[in-house]
Structures are given as C-alpha cells and as structure tokens.
Unconditional design. Sequence first.
Length: 473
Amino acid sequence: MFEIARLYRRFGLRPVELLEELLGTIRRDNLNAYITVDEEGALRDAQEAEQILAQGSDDVLAGIPLAIKDNICTRGIRTTCGSNILADFVPAYDATVVERLRKRGAIIIGKTNLDEFAMGSTTTTSNAGPTKNPFDETRTPGGSSGGSAAAVAADLCAGALGSDTGGSIRQPASFCGITGLKPTYGSVSRFGLVAFASSLDQIGPMAHSARETAVLFDAIKGHDPKDSTSVPGEYAPIDLNALDMHGIRIGVPQEFFAEGLSPDVERAVRFGITAYEELGARIVPIRLPHIRYGVAVYYVIATAEASSNLARYDGVRYGLRADGAKDLTDMYLQTRSQGFGAEVKRRIMLGTYVLSAGYYDAYYKKASQVRTLIARDFSEAFGQCDLIAGPTSPVTSFGLDEMMDDPLSIYLLDIYTIPANLAGLPALSIPCGFAEDGLPIGMQLMAPHFREDRLLGAGMAFQDCTRFHRVKP
Ligand code: GLN
C-alpha cells in the first residue's frame, strides 16, 4: 500500500497501469479468492484516482486496489454471501464502509469468497467453491473471510475488508500470514453488512502489516447514523508510529495455553511474547476463568441470532424464489431448501431450537448470562494489564477436506477468537512465526474497548523488528 502510493508519486506509475497488471494476475490465479471481479467498475475507480492524484492528493489510499468480502453490499456489484439464495442479488446501495473507502479514492476490485453467510472457519461451504491457501493449495485459507485473506497474502489486492463474528478476520489472517483487525463492537458501521449474528458481527480490515491495517481502519471507523449500534463521538486518527512498549503490561491468560494447542503454535506465540518483553513490556500472568464456556455460549447466541436474521430470505423479498410451488408455504419451504447449504440449515435449526418456548431460558438466556461473566473477566483483567496476548488459533491451516464431516471439531477451533466478540473487544492477529511445515502462525492481541490505537501500535512495534509479515507464499 505505502509502496504503491510511493510509485504513483515518485515514479509516475498510473493507477490504470497498476490495475491492468493486477487484473492480469487475478485472471491467471487459481486460488478462487474472488467470487466477482468488477473489471469495469475498478477501471472507472482507477481513472478517478488518476485525477485525484493529478490534483496532488497526499491520501495514501488514492488509487489503492482493495477487495471486499462478499457479504458487504456494493452498489451494482453482485453480493452473494457465497449462497445460492443470494446468487443474483445486486444491492442498490454501498455499505457505509465501502462508501468511505471510495471517498478516499480507493479502487474496489471485487468481492471475495467466504463460507456461506460467513458461517464457518474454512471458506469451503461457499456456493462458489473453496478458496485455497496461497501457502499450500491443498489447504484451507481459514474462514470465513478466507477469500480476503488469500487475496491479501497472494497480492491480488493491497488490502481487504472482512467480517468477524467469532474470529472470521483473525483466524484466516493467521492461516495466511497476514494482519487482521476485529474492531470494537460499535466502532465500524455495519450498515450494508449482511447480518449473521448482529450482536457479534463487526467489519474490519486485513493487510500485510499493522500499519496498513491501521490506515484502513482509520478510513472505515466512526459513527454512522445508519447503524443504531454505531457509537457516536470523535474518533482520533491512529498514530502510524509504533507504540513504545516500555512499561506496557501484557497479560497472558493461562487459559490460552491449554490442552489442544499445537506445539508449533505455542512455540511461536511464546516467542512473540518474549519479543515484546525484549521491547520493554512487562508480562503479567492473568486468569479468564469463564472463557472455557466461550464456544458453547457463542454457538447458542450466534445461531439464535442467525435463525432470526435469515428469516428474511423467504423467496418474496430477496434473491432466489423456487419455481413450481403449490402454495405460499410450499414456496417458502422449497426456496429455503434449495437456497441454503447444509451448514446454514444446521445453524438455523439449532438457533430456532434454542429460542423456542420451553428452551429459551435453558439455552439462550443462560448463554446471555454467561456472556456477561466473560465480559466481566475481561474488565477485571484489564485492571491488571494493558493488552492481552495469546494464540489466534490452536492450529495452523489444515487440509481442504479435512474435518468436513465433523462440524463440532471445527467449532472448537474458535476457542481463542470468540471471547473478543462476546465481550465486544478489539483484537488483532499478527504473524509471529511458521510451523515446521512452513505454514504461518498468528498471535492475537486484545485491548480494552476503543483502544485500537494501542493494539495497532503494539502490532507496529512487533513488525518493526520482525519480518514474518513480509514472508510471501
Ligand atoms: N468460525 C465461526 C463460525 O463458524 C466464526 C464465523 C465468523 O466470525 N463469521 O461461526
């Protein structure tokens, strides 16, 4: 991103030239990172960027090619959510985040692949087929923002947006060796994000470095009257200088180094923590006693909200409508049976069950109560430390068809990312090493609400003295 900005200004490269080169690379590529490439629209954006640059703009984002996850609405560009039910859905408006990036002169190249409706951790349940990990094409890029992560890692864009409900930005970032931020709930507008679980969903940026991630976060953050959960007030710009780590207290939860953590991941994350210590940070052991319930709580709350959000796909208002139905009820039934894939159906059924009369108190209400306890664990922990560090995922990328018949094992892998969504906290994944077999490993940092500045500044401090984020597939 900074390199491209420099080439435009110092070496006379033009956005249209850069874009044409990039579109050629995307055409030859077979990672299946994009569902839709909007060649014409991108060309128009590039021409506009040329004018902005000709007027002497010093905006780093002018002419920067970006990719958008395909559950974020783009005016005139198909937004499928990786689902048959929205296969032909073309939104009439841009999501607020897209509008903000366009205002800065960015080029929107296209829409990236995801698990259907962002429900998953592998980018294999999309109706557009699986995305491959650029580090090993037989493996998953992670998910659900796997298309965005693969596109960034393989330089098929200079940065991307993803969405994170239980880890969908951070886990694919860690599997693909890039940086990804899940912002504080309420700091980035969700207007135009196709809802999965509204109390957990956040849009966030993905890029090679924390500094580039910060530039994108700066561009999309801030109050939006169109999203009632967006938090009003002034949002200070993020400092692009690394945070001085002297005296910063990094909390390391014992619970994050539990059974099931791969030895490769543990070694790399411990290395990362030691690196912070060498930069002057103080390491404090902390406890988060309730996070062991995180996965269970999440799969009740997320499925409950999903079952309600997905009720709108009824064949009347959006997308697919099944032909040949006998009557209205039959039309609903056939549309939803044909439109949704197996994982989405599983979640709708589970969510409907936990919300149903007689079970609501035992499941949904109980989960909401435990969610509060988890949030409280974090407020207490942040009394003793400024940041929390641990792994992003207990494992590195696995085979594209591994575990596909075992959804529960895949759900369990979300153990380290889910707590930040339940508590609404910002969290960042940064590359911190490689496994024996060469696959990338991510370290997760968490901060108190609205302290993205601290999070990103710490990411920059780490990346200014390491080069894991520069390693290309
Ligand atoms: N892997 C989690 C799930 O399957 C998280 C998905 C997400 O963050 N969108 O629900």
